[in-house]
Design a protein around this ligand. Sequence first.
Ligand SMILES: Nc1ncnc2c1ncn2[C@@H]1O[C@H](COP(=O)(O)OP(=O)(O)O)[C@@H](O)[C@H]1O
Ligand SMILES: [Mg+2]
Length: 361
Amino acid sequence: MAARKACESFSKSLLEEVHRWGCLKQTGVSLRYMMEFGSKRTDKNSLISAQFLHKELAIRIARRAMELENLPYGLSLKPAILKVRDWYMDSFRDLRAFPEIRDMTYEREFTDMIKAIKVRHNNVVPTMALGVQQLKKGMDPKIDYEDLDEIHQFLDRFYMSRIGIRMLIGQHLELHNPNPQPHVVGYIHTKMSPVEVARNASEDARAICCREYGSAPDVHIYGDPDFTFPYVAAHLHLMVFELVKNSLRAVQERFIDSDKVAPPVRLIVADGIEDVTIKVSDEGGGIARSGLPKIFTYLYSTAKNPLDEHSEFGIGDNVTMAGYGYGIPISRLYARYFGGDLQIISMEGYGPDVMGTYKET
Ligand SMILES: Nc1ncnc2c1ncn2[C@@H]1O[C@H](COP(=O)(O)OP(=O)(O)O)[C@@H](O)[C@H]1O
Ligand SMILES: [Mg+2]
């Protein structure tokens, strides 16, 4: 019923246009290109960037709107997914309704519009999680949700595309930033120190752990603080934050009733010739072999699900210690976005090594 209502609110011609645009080829943009282009803040560059995004965002957003319409197991009909689809349709409509960007007056208006699009899509991840949760709850208990590969692959593609869209919008907005910071081009920090980012992210994770458990194990960081490479600090922060939170939780749960001092979480930053690798190790007992195939699926968690307490996400998913089951799969996407990856080797009964690799450009 809800599905029909949502479809009816979009005209047939808009739906046809979405399909036409969704089939066009999208253009990949590398970190290096974004870095070089974004460092020249001229009107000419802003104009070129806006003209490119006018088409590119429409293609990328149309493709996602199409996908949201055709999800398996009836996921497309879940109320939260319909809400997300509405956001994509509205943004597509805004982009298509915008006239050709001929000069800087149009350019400035366009910039305001895509800024609003970015805000509109702020809560996509938690809302999608809610939709998947709605599916999981209503599913035949004989079906193992973690085996629904199509859904996990769709979510991987979907979130990956979202990272790209937000990155492109963020880079464009930065061309208008009146006070650019040194060594920062939009989201990219051209001299990012992974040790420094890891230190901040670990402190944030420890603060959440203290709030939840009253104390937090130490995090020992090894690596050269002066080593830097160009990367998106916010992405690395998010990944380390998620991995360290997982380790702190495992150690805390294992040692909470013990008289032994909780062993520290160890974080090693290694700068190789081609890759930068960050390894997080803990002695929290590891992941059971039966759980290992599931940890890259969305919603797999051994913690209590905060969704059961809040019917709607109001707080944002990054302020909780655990329970959404998104930390690991999302961290892997961020690592993969620029050609890296995330791997987990678990020694059951001891603790896992979680390794993220990040490509140097
Ligand atoms: N370092 C770790 N030690 C033990 N178990 C872990 C570790 N990291 C992840 N896990 C397991 O993987 C699950 C999924 O992790 P994640 O995707 O971050 O979701 P969440 O933390 O919300 O549960 C956790 O619930 C936990 O069971
Ligand atoms: Mg987690």
